[in-house]
Design a protein around this ligand. Structure first.
Ligand code: ADP
Ligand code: ZN
Length: 292
């Protein structure tokens, strides 16, 4: 199989060609600009490549419900030019192949379930903690869409007693993203997260917030694996801190070895590493090719 994949991020787009084993054969990356400029590069990349299907995992929010007029569109993003843009329609007009279409984080969760850290399991939750926070949910062997799609980056969290940062989510102020995404870390400590040492007090505080989100995900969805990716999670010292927080916050209430002695293999980085997004889009493309 020769399958196309698009990881459409708010900062950069990655387009690739891969196969049904998850191998990426070719890729390009370029910054996300206005839709016209960005899409002309996307169309040029796939032109003449002979792909059987294309999977798209994109920043959102997006329309996923085929019965609604906003299906295939990027909907309420503040990103200039993209709100209301018919992403899927533009692709369909150019290429007569089946498409997979989902959020970037759902795509990553799916890729991890097929080829990565949740391989062989029928549920997982994937968090990206980067410029924003997004959550992909895979359960009973399916990606969750529901009414729109999960927006678990904006759940409310309990404030850390020593945290006086107001929060920077333009919609909610001190929601999870407003307190724990990369820009929140940078604004709170007046230093880029990548420049804060591993023993800086930023990290226990960060783990306190992410730990709450993971605890809620465990309580609500009971996933078999929790995968934490995105730029901020390059701070590897966060993993043991987050595992400790989750254990502390659950306080033994949910009984599973994965939440006790085996928590190290339960809350993990992406098995596909920084390829999780593109491989996820590829997995959506493979699934679309197999549906026809
Ligand atoms: P995006 O979310 O834009 O797709 P990333 O997942 O790379 O991209 O996230 C970028 C955010 O992560 C920025 O806010 C950046 O400051 C932060 N970040 C990137 N690398 C690190 C690092 N090593 N440590 C802490 N924060 C980081
Ligand atoms: Zn928010």
């Amino acid at each position: 199989m020769r399958i196309g994949a698009i990881e459409a991020g708010g900062t950069k787009f990655v387009c690739g060609i891969g196969d049904e084993t998850g191998a990426i054969i070719e890729r390009v990356s370029f910054p996300t600009e206005l839709p016209e400029q960005t899409m002309s590069r996307v169309l040029a990349f796939f032109e003449g490549k002979g792909v059987e299907a294309i999977g798209i995992g994109t920043f959102g929010p997006i329309g996923l419900d085929q019965s609604r007029a906003d299906y295939g569109q990027v909907t309420t993003t503040p990103k200039p030019g993209w709100s209301g843009f018919d992403f899927l329609g533009t692709m369909k007009q150019a290429f007569n192949v089946p498409f997979g279409w989902d959020t970037d984080v759902n795509a990553a969760a799916y890729g991890e379930a097929i080829w990565g850290a949740a391989r062989g399991l029928d549920s997982c939750v994937y968090y990206t903690i980067g410029t924003g926070i997004g959550v992909g949910v895979y359960t009973e062997g399916r990606l969750v869409h529901g009414l729109v799609h999960p927006e678990g980056g904006h759940v409310l969290t309990r404030r850390h007693p020593e945290d006086h940062f107001a929060g920077c989510c333009p919609y909610h102020g001190d929601c999870l993203e407003g307190m724990a995404a990369g820009p929140a870390i940078e604004q709170r400590w007046q230093t880029k997260g990548s420049e804060l040492g591993a023993d800086h007090p930023a990290w226990p505080m960060e783990a306190f917030y992410i730990g709450q989100a993971v605890t809620s995900a465990v309580l609500l969805l009971s996933p078999q694996k929790v995968i934490l990716g995105g730029g901020v999670m390059h701070q590897e010292q966060l993993f043991p801190m987050i595992r400790q927080e989750v254990k502390k916050q659950l306080n033994g209430y949910v009984s599973a070895v994965q939440l006790a002695d085996d928590i190290e293999s339960y809350i993990v980085p992406p098995g596909l590493g920084d390829n999780a997004g593109l491989c996820g889009a590829l997995a959506l493309g493979v699934a679309a090719a197999r549906r026809v």
